[in-house]
Design a protein around this ligand. Structure first.
Ligand SMILES: [Zn+2]
Ligand SMILES: [Zn+2]
Length: 350
């Protein structure tokens, strides 16, 4: 059945939309729907914002946050054509923005103009990352230790530096790249790290700096009743070698003076043969410290032949004959020379 007159106003000379005329239709028609009050959550610590249930990190100015909130909340009716929407922030009252939305468009060929007054409230809250940080949340503990010795002050300072540098680098890719706590224990420092991923990077960086062996041990903290999955925290120990550069070690029956330690190997010189050796650090347990570099003594050459160097034993001033290896060919009588005593035997050291 086709109505020829409007059932609301009775006019019979207008464009009809179903049972009513266009004027009656447009009287209650809204081109857009938008809530009068909109809330936007912003983290007061890191400025990230909550949009559609997700936290976004990139910093954008407050005004832009308000405009985006308005845009996101506008729903345009399908009948509207050629629409133009104008958003304006009229004034800020504390954390509330009084906004004005104006829409110009066409519906059934009729140009219309409509306005809305909207309040956008900015709620300052704490995002999940910052709340984890505030609560001291951590997934990994990096235990910085030395094998059979105390860690030196300079080594702690260096370690702090390495940790800070690694966190700084990781913070660009990992929101949990932070260290809420450093426990300074007698046996070493424990660095608490927000994420396991970054915790592993920290341990690797320490290994790169000091050499040593990394070991991970997970500990079950709690169990999620609904999934049956365990929540683990990982303790990662990095054990740096007992020996240091210039110390004398024993490995594979060779007596070796250490000249370098890097993340994968120990480099040293055999003090009997003057040969260079590379020892993989994974064999660290088999490398035994024999003498610290501070045990190296200095004495004087008192006599020399092509095959023999005679030195004064500093402990009792007796003369001792030692084999003159090629590496000592340019030494002269009266020169100072370094020696190390190991198991009652004296070795010359370059
Ligand atoms: Zn009508
Ligand atoms: Zn935050």
């Amino acid at each position: 059945m086709i109505y020829m007159f409007c059932i609301e106003c009775g006019s019979d000379n207008k464009q009809m939309i179903g049972e009513i005329c266009i004027d009656c239709f447009l009287k209650d028609f809204k081109m857009i729907e938008i809530p009068e009050n909109i809330n936007v959550e912003i983290c007061s610590h890191c400025n990230s914002r909550l949009e559609e249930g997700k936290w976004h990190e990139s910093f954008i100015p407050e005004e832009e946050i308000i405009y985006r909130a308005l845009e996101r909340n506008i729903q345009i009716n399908d009948l509207v054509e050629n629409e133009e929407i104008n958003l304006e922030i009229e004034q800020m009252k504390g954390t509330i923005a009084d906004c004005y939305v104006e829409v110009v468009g066409e519906v059934y060929g009729v140009s219309i103009n409509e306005t809305h007054d909207i309040s956008v409230r900015i709620l300052k809250t704490v995002c999940p990352t910052c709340s984890k940080l505030q609560a001291g949340y951590y997934e990994a503990v990096i235990q910085f230790r030395a094998d059979s010795r105390e860690i030196k002050k300079e080594e702690y300072e260096k370690a702090d530096e390495v940790v800070a540098r690694t966190l700084d680098k990781q913070s660009k890719v990992d929101k949990l790249a932070y260290c809420p706590q450093i426990a300074k224990l007698k046996e070493g420092y424990d660095y608490y790290i927000g994420s396991l991923k970054t915790g592993r990077k920290v341990a690797e960086a320490l290994k790169e700096e000091f050499g040593g062996v990394i070991k991970e041990s997970p500990r079950l903290i709690s169990e999620d009743k609904s999934t049956g999955k365990g929540l683990y925290r990982i303790w990662i120990s990095i054990r740096i070698p007992e020996f240091e550069i210039s110390d004398i070690v024993k490995y594979d029956n060779k007596i070796i003076q250490v000249t370098d330690i890097d993340k994968n190997r120990v480099v040293g010189t055999d003090i009997k043969t003057d040969k260079k050796h590379n020892i993989p650090l994974k064999n660290m347990a088999d490398i035994k410290l024999v003498k610290k570099s501070s045990d190296i003594e200095t004495t004087t050459i008192i006599s020399m032949s092509p095959k023999i160097i005679q030195i004064l034993d500093p402990s009792d001033y007796s003369a001792v004959d030692l084999e003159r290896k090629n590496c000592f060919s340019d030494y002269n009588i009266g020169d100072e020379i370094k020696i190390i005593k190991i198991e009652n035997y004296i070795y010359l050291i370059k």
